[in-house]
Design a protein around this ligand. Structure first.
Ligand SMILES: O=C(O)CCC(=O)C(=O)O
Length: 218
């Protein structure tokens, strides 16, 4: 058994735990995860919970999750986009302490209930200045920090028959980080989604979006 290329480590002060164990061939899309340092992040989690709204999509409020974007606009409109300097200091410090520096757009998705989800999609790579996307999930409530929050899934066409898809599922817990190369994923037609919301959680995705006009956080 080779080491996984879509792997996932859970934060712990002393140890990391690999969740998935099989590796797709090197030509297939990959995502990597790692163990961030966790301090008391409840402050910024509560801030994100209070800021996220349901933007309008084709005239009706999005019902599947709540959104906030800090910094450069990424996909969503002005109604849910805030200047990057409104990010809480605790969050900026947390990013610096985990060495997440090179981003200018922070997408916050809030999954409040069991029907919350994000459907199969790929990143809008034409708006990206950097391929790497870093996605970090946090439990909304302290009591759920050691429990599974949701499944993060990837699917991509099987090399032999394009109608068949291969899939990879990562079980998300508080502090799970998933990193992937959005450009490579688009090339390989690798999509992702978050389904099976088991407990309320907040996802924060860090991107470097093209035509950056504002200061990069950290
Ligand atoms: O909200 C998540 O957990 C994932 C976010 C995501 O899929 C995206 O920003 O493209």
């Amino acid at each position: 058994m080779q080491q996984t290329s879509i792997s996932c480590f859970f934060p712990g002060r002393d140890s990391a735990r690999t969740v998935s164990a099989t590796e797709p061939p090197a030509t297939e899309p990959s995502a990597q995860a790692e163990a961030p340092k966790l301090d008391d992040e409840q402050e910024f989690v509560d801030f994100f919970l209070s800021k996220a709204r349901s933007p309008l999509i084709r005239g009706a409020p999005l019902r599947t999750r709540r959104i906030a974007v800090f910094g450069e606009r990424y996909y969503w409109g002005e109604s849910v986009t805030f200047p990057i300097n409104q990010l809480p200091l605790s969050f900026c410090k947390w990013c610096v302490s985990n060495n997440y520096k090179d981003f200018n757009s922070v997408l916050v998705n809030v999954y409040d209930g069991k029907f919350s989800n994000i459907r199969w999609h790929m990143d809008a790579t034409n708006s990206l200045q950097k391929e790497e996307v870093i996605s970090i999930s946090f439990a909304a409530l302290r009591k759920h920090r050691k429990k599974p929050l949701a499944d993060f899934e990837f699917r991509w066409p099987d090399k032999k028959g394009h109608s068949k898809k291969k899939t990879k599922t990562i079980s998300i817990e508080h502090g799970t980080v998933v990193r992937f190369d959005a450009v490579k994923h688009r090339r390989k037609q690798c999509e992702h989604r978050v389904t099976k919301t088991l407990r309320p959680h907040v996802n924060v995705t860090l991107r470097k979006v093209a035509e950056c006009r504002r200061q990069v956080c950290a």
